[in-house]
Design a binder for this molecule. Structure first.
Ligand SMILES: O=P(O)(O)OC[C@@H](O)[C@@H](O)c1c[nH]c2ccccc12
Length: 415
């Protein structure tokens, strides 16, 4: 007898349904079968909700059996034949379904970035040649999505080398973290100007290499001397030429400023890893993380003594983040990480009216991020309501980054 496998399932039901897939021939219909989930479904999904049968050919780089166990029916449904799905493959299918469910929750919150490709690269054969065809499901919609897909694979490999249990052991003897938020507040009261988070960044996908003779420790020391309240250190290797070694080296070189680990966090494991490598704060990007993930990650940060800088770029993200408990520090990125467009009036736009009111009521500190080059830019975002700024390019490019800081603020801000 045929049975229907719900394609959108919760984690709890995944294992049970996987067993169903192996034990019975089943008709797969790409629909919700739970009321609760139907409410979460976005009105206009950013990607097709139907399940492409090609997933069974390849999934997350792993090639599944080529003789597909699926047969298309006239009504558009797909029959899964009983004998041809080994249990391991059925579990992979379930895993895929759970991932799609998570993508749908994210999409319902306006998040366009998918955590992984929704279809594996479909294979086509012409004689002895194998072609990979691009489609919407296996092609990143923008650079941010490309980074996240790469990060997902990178983190899985890193986790295998350093499992959480090992990181927790390493943390038991780690020195305490420094107060990132406290340093920003103290600097603002001391200077009356937005506190500076100066960024140690060698390159970026939008600007290429910013500095050839890049010595992270020297740059960090120069920033500290110039009056930076905190530092931000890029740790992404592939797209920003950063590293965790840089973070560790700066921390071990006697720099006292609290350090922000500038990463693309998608899993809690990365927060533990950043802490082990000497971070005092970590970036959480709202364009990538659903609300529950942000809330849960903020709790982990508090547990580890880290400050969470939650980054937003538009009104939807700001409204989401303002509804999350425990947020103390919000960064407004003037750069759209999908298109690279920079517009510093974005900071002003997101702090106007009721949003600004709510931020003040909650005592949240706002950081103006990206595209700040002159004292006029600093004045503009301060006027808009920020108490801190995050600056990379305009400082890292200077021959002497210490002088770069006085140039940026129009005066010496060191103590
Ligand atoms: O170099 P700029 O334009 O001064 O920008 C610094 C910082 O805001 C930018 O590097 C940044 C902001 N959010 C990010 C998220 C990931 C990587 C980088 C970023």
């Amino acid at each position: 007898m045929d049975s229907v496998i719900p394609l959108r399932t919760t984690t709890a039901t995944a294992a049970a349904t996987a067993t169903a897939a192996t034990s019975a021939a089943a008709t797969v219909r790409p629909q919700f079968s739970f009321q609760l989930l139907a409410n979460l479904r976005p009105k206009k999904p950013a990607f097709p909700l139907s399940v492409p049968t090609t997933i069974f050919t390849s999934h997350r780089g792993r090639v599944l059996p080529r003789c597909s166990p699926l047969r298309a029916q006239e009504d558009g449904s797909v029959v899964v034949s009983e004998s041809s799905i080994p249990e391991g493959e059925a579990l992979k299918i379930k895993e895929w379904e759970v991932e799609r469910f998570q993508d749908e929750i994210a999409a319902s919150q306006g998040i366009k970035i998918r955590r992984r490709p929704t279809t594996g690269p479909p294979l086509h054969y012409v004689g002895p040649f194998e072609f990979r065809m691009q489609n919407e499901g296996n092609t990143p919609c923008n650079i941010l999505e490309e980074i996240i897909w790469y990060k997902d694979k990178e983190v899985s490999q890193m986790k295998e080398k350093k499992p959480l249990i090992l990181l927790k052991k390493l943390l038991s003897g780690a020195p305490p973290t420094r107060d990132f938020l406290g340093a920003l507040k103290a600097s603002y009261s001391r200077t009356g100007l937005p506190a500076l988070i100066a960024e140690v960044k060698k390159a970026s996908p939008s600007r290429g290499v910013l500095r050839e003779d890049f010595n992270p420790v020297e740059i960090a020391k120069a920033y500290e001397k110039g009056g930076a309240a905190c530092l931000s250190v890029l740790t992404d290797q592939k797209y920003f030429q950063g590293s965790f070694e840089n973070l560790e080296a700066i921390r071990n070189a006697g720099v006292e400023c609290p350090l922000l680990c500038k990463e693309f966090v998608i899993e809690a494991w990365q927060i533990y890893y950043a802490r082990v490598k000497g971070a005092d704060a970590i970036l959480l990007i709202a364009a990538v993380l659903p609300n529950l993930d942000i809330q849960y990650m903020i709790k982990i940060c508090k547990l580890l003594g880290l400050t969470a800088l939650v980054e937003v770029h538009d009104e939807t993200e700001m409204d989401r983040v303002l509804g999350i408990e425990g947020v103390e520090l919000i960064g407004i990125n003037n750069r759209d990480l999908g298109t690279f467009k920079v517009d510093i009036s974005n900071t002003k736009k997101l702090l106007e009216g009721e949003r600004g009111e709510k931020i003040r009521e909650k005592g949240i500190i706002v950081v103006g991020e990206s595209g700040l080059f002159t004292p006029a830019d600093i004045g503009y975002v301060q006027e808009a309501g920020v108490k801190a700024v995050l600056v990379g390019e305009s400082l890292v490019k200077q021959e002497d980054p210490t002088k770069g800081i006085s140039g940026l603020f129009g005066k010496d801000i060191s103590c």
